[in-house]
Design a protein around this ligand. Structure first.
Ligand SMILES: CC(C)(COP(=O)(O)OP(=O)(O)OC[C@H]1O[C@@H](n2cnc3c(N)ncnc32)[C@H](O)[C@@H]1OP(=O)(O)O)[C@@H](O)C(=O)NCCC(=O)NCCS
Length: 140
């Protein structure tokens, strides 16, 4: 397959971003909200199969020593082909001196362990939708 990587938000179909997040069961906001989130991120990575958007991810960062990864999502039919790894590795490359943190969707921890991430012992979160996040298994 002929995968193409894009490192900016030009010509992205935000409805597709929305749809992809919904399909894979991740939090989905309006297309406009996702556009704002990606455009305000330090690093964005979009993967295309020819012209078809098949996966993406982004990181927030101070650009110096701290960064956080969000919204890593691959269309189901493209999962298991190394695309998630490609996205995370490209984010790593763009933030070489930064600590990278994230919270995995419950059940997806092993994917990040494969990519050398370690479980944090003291991670804390103050979620807007605290009850929902607890019910989904993100917090104790
Ligand atoms: C989780 C996700 C991003 C992984 O991307 P992917 O392209 O399918 O994964 P890759 O093919 O790059 O896999 C890299 C390695 O991780 C492993 N891996 C991937 N998903 C895994 C999982 N759920 N459990 C265990 N291992 C997993 C692969 O077997 C592979 O290991 P290998 O190098 O030994 O072969 C993708 O499946 C996805 O979009 N899932 C739905 C959305 C989601 O949950 N995103 C993460 C939010 S935190």
């Amino acid at each position: 397959m002929n995968f193409k990587i894009q490192y900016d938000c030009s010509n992205i179909n935000w409805d597709l971003v929305c749809q992809t997040l919904k399909i894979v069961g991740m939090t989905s906001f309006t297309a406009e909200t996702h556009k704002k989130a990606f455009e305000n991120s330090h690093t964005v990575v979009f993967i295309f199969d020819d012209d078809k958007l098949i996966g993406f991810g982004r990181a927030l960062s101070d650009g110096a020593y701290q960064a956080a990864i969000y919204d890593i999502a691959i269309l189901p039919e493209y999962q298991g082909k190394g695309i998630g790894r490609m996205i995370v590795n490209n984010i790593r490359k763009s933030l070489p001196k930064c600590n990278l943190i994230l919270y995995a969707a419950p059940g997806k921890e092993k994917f990040y362990e494969k990519l050398e991430f370690k479980k944090m012992k003291t991670g804390m979160a103050l979620f807007c939708n605290a009850t929902e996040m607890q019910e989904k298994g993100f917090t104790e």
